[in-house]
Design a protein around this ligand. Structure first.
Ligand SMILES: Nc1nc2c(ncn2[C@@H]2O[C@H](COP(=O)(O)OP(=O)(O)OP(=O)(O)O)[C@@H](O)[C@H]2O)c(=O)[nH]1
Ligand SMILES: [Mg+2]
Length: 199
């Protein structure tokens, strides 16, 4: 029963700065990753609701800290963060977002785990490693997604998963690697199970 879609998920608010965030209680999993890796699409896949979080072909779609009440319990939320590494916004904007995200990550006591999403074809960029190392330093559990798996053959997916697991061998913090696709739903059941476990 644990792996059913979060069908009762609801948008719970959008916050441009951390000063306005809902009270820091309960538990949250934050979705992080480079712009365009599919954070919002994965959230929609988990909830079986294509309209829940706004997605776009153009990187930089999500521009605030967005909270979703997932319907598992009153206290548990998923937080969809703006992507990092998006070159087209001005440097000033980039650093302003970066600072808000950083403040959220550093200060939020309810943050229970991170779901770090990467494009399976271009994983482990410097920003991704920074986040992974930061989780390791805080002993914060992480779920690492190799997303857009529909773009690769089964064989290549296995290779990418194996190679990711190898890269993360050194970590002592709890972590999981999953190949996913928001498009054809590969790995979504496993992700539901992991979120249920870490919530
Ligand atoms: N083929 C494929 N495309 C995907 C997948 N996930 C997302 N996309 C596409 O990638 C683009 C970006 O998806 P978003 O979910 O908006 O990405 P995001 O990480 O939320 O982006 P930002 O909000 O800009 O940080 C969209 O065109 C999606 O349709 C996937 O698993 N497979
Ligand atoms: Mg988004």
């Amino acid at each position: 029963m644990n792996n059913t879609y979060f069908q009762n998920a609801k948008f719970a608010g959008s916050y441009p700065t951390i000063e306005d965030l809902p009270v820091d209680e309960g538990s949250e999993i934050a979705f992080c990753g480079r712009s365009n890796c599919g954070k919002s699409s994965i959230l929609n896949a988990l909830t079986n609701n294509k309209k829940l979080a706004k997605t776009s072909k153009t990187p930089g779609r999500t521009q605030a800290i967005n909270f979703f009440d997932i319907g598992l319990s009153d206290e548990f939320k998923i937080v969809d963060l703006p992507g990092y590494g998006y070159a087209k916004v001005s440097k000033k904007m980039r650093s302003a977002w970066g600072q808000e995200i950083e403040k959220y990550l550093m200060r939020r006591k309810s943050l229970n785990a991170l779901c770090i999403i990467m494009d399976i074809r271009h994983p482990f960029k410097e920003d991704d490693f920074n986040l992974i190392d930061w989780c390791e330093s805080k002993d914060l559990p992480m779920i690492l997604l190799l997303n857009k798996a529909d773009k690769l053959s089964k064989n290549k997916i296995s290779q990418a998963t194996f190679s990711a697991e190898k890269k993360l061998e050194r970590l002592s913090t709890k972590h999981y690697v999953l190949a996913t696709s928001a498009t054809n739903k590969t790995g979504i059941e496993s992700l539901l199970a992991r979120i249920n476990e870490l919530k």
